[in-house]
Design a protein around this ligand. Structure first.
Ligand code: UGA
Length: 436
């Protein structure tokens, strides 16, 4: 039977969570304090680029299973289960900024006290260990007579494939101190058909950080291996394939490139390091993972300099792809932004193309010329630089590309093509960790 669920926060996680719960038959009300955003969402205009999401939101609005409001108390009153999915950004010192979580917990406490019936409050946002327990204390203080439980239920979705991931989840982690509340959250997810792991709340909170830190470690590891490959003349793609065939290692997240970006890995690795520091533990591997990822961007700029004869000064380069990965318009901590800034600082003239993020990128990259047509970016350029493996970049007519470039040099930070193919086309093709 469908539950009544409120989802507070209509960012990426909240919106996907709300739409997917509606899709499996629950009645969902999504809350945000941004009035304009809510007004647009109620008309099925979604503020992010996520394949399939707009259609799902429109359908669920039509079915009446999904609604949007700015009124948090009313949403909490109408719901038995209250999901919190507000932002938890990093502060400059790596600490997690919990101000938005605290603000909504205070309001939820007031609403629960007034409603005087049982509520399950679920924390979906990525939060440091101990947050769910502290939320329980906060609600208890704000709502002394309320009957409620607090559950930790982290999310593991990837931007760009969030809907697919939701319907093919590897696991659902439910951290609770109250078995009944935990089991009800388990039943809420039943239609997704994924295995459920019940844990204590602290462990659930840590599963999220540990998973992201481990995936980031795989990426930094393979990027370091790529440098070794460059030095000894081996091919990182073959090394990764050979490693991945060992089921204990697995073939995913062994794609060498210019390192990870986005709103999750950079933030969560730093937060996990900070969590360890707070309990006087020096998490050495994680420190290196973060350092290697930052270095990866600098090294790529050196690769570009070398490929252009030692300097990029007065060289014109065409940068393909700005987002931190394809199928998203998210530019947060995108490697391309740092790489472009560094190239411009070194005197290069940069033209950049991205299929979806140009308008978002404009204020972030005043030093670059942003163009909608990739061929225009390439016209007369001294080199083509690939920073995001968009299909539109991979599907360009490379014979035409060669004709447009002043010098047929492609520097590929995402290893999009077989080396032989690009060489056969007559390019000088420089990629990551592969001979050529
Ligand atoms: C990541 C995790 O994959 C999700 O499980 C998690 O839920 C999410 O963070 C989160 O914490 O919310 P996401 O940031 O959307 O998801 O993106 P990923 O697909 O994981 O890619 C992250 C970055 O790693 C991208 O910049 C990508 O280019 C890079 N990457 C990924 C590599 O450089 N090599 C790889 O082999 C894989």
């Amino acid at each position: 039977m469908g539950e009544n669920v409120a989802v507070i926060g209509t960012g990426y996680v909240g919106l996907v969570t709300g739409a997917c719960f509606a899709e499996i038959g629950h009645k969902v009300i999504c809350v945000d304090k941004d009035q304009l955003k809510i007004k647009r969402l109620a008309e099925a205009q979604i503020p992010i680029y996520e394949p399939g999401l707009q259609r799902m939101v429109a359908e669920q609005l039509e079915h009446g299973r999904l609604a949007f409001t700015c009124h948090l108390p009313k949403a909490v009153e109408a719901s038995d289960i209250v999901y919190i999915a507000v932002g938890t950004p990093s502060l400059d010192n790596g600490e997690v900024d919990l101000s938005q979580v605290k603000e909504v917990v205070t309001q939820i406490a007031e609403a629960i006290e007034r409603a005087s019936s049982y509520r399950i409050v679920v924390i979906k946002s990525t939060v440091p260990v101990g947050t769910a327990r502290r939320m329980e204390q906060m609600i208890r203080e704000g709502a002394p007579s309320a009957n409620f439980a607090v559950v930790a239920n982290p999310e593991f979705l990837r931007e760009g494939s969030a809907l697919h991931d939701t319907f093919h989840m590897d696991r659902i982690v439910i951290g609770c101190s109250n078995t009944e509340a935990g089991e009800r959250i388990g039943r809420l997810h039943e239609p997704f058909g994924a295995p459920v792991l019940y844990t204590d709340r602290e462990s659930a909170e840590l599963v999220k950080y540990a998973s992201n830190a481990f995936l980031a470690a795989k990426i930094s590891f393979i990027n370091e291996m790529a440098h070794v490959c460059d030095k000894v003349g081996a091919d990182i793609e073959l090394v990764a394939r050979g490693m991945g065939m060992d089921r204990r290692i697995g073939s995913h997240f062994l794609q060498a490139g210019i390192g990870y970006g986005g709103s999750c890995f950079p933030k969560d690795t730093k937060a996990q390091l900070r969590i360890a520091e707070d309990v006087d533990y020096d998490f050495k591997i994680l420190r290196s993972v973060i350092e290697v990822n930052a270095l990866q961007r600098e090294r790529f700029v050196h690769t570009i300099e070398r490929a252009l004869g030692g300097s990029v000064k007065s060289k014109r380069v065409a940068v393909m792809g700005l987002t931190f990965k394809p199928n998203t318009d998210d530019l947060r901590d995108a490697p391309a932004l740092d790489i472009i800034s560094s190239l411009v600082d070194k005197g290069a003239e940069v033209r950049a193309y991205d299929p979806v993020a140009l308008s978002k990128a404009a204020p972030l990259l005043p030093q670059a010329r942003l163009v909608e047509d990739p061929y225009e970016a390439l016209q007369g350029a001294d080199a083509m630089i690939i920073t995001t493996e968009w299909d539109t970049v991979k599907a360009l007519d490379y014979t035409r590309v060669k004709g447009l470039l002043a010098h047929p040099i492609v520097i590929d930070g995402r290893n999009c093509f077989p080396v032989e193919r690009m060489e056969r086309l007559g390019f000088r093709y420089v990629s990551v960790g592969r001979p050529g």
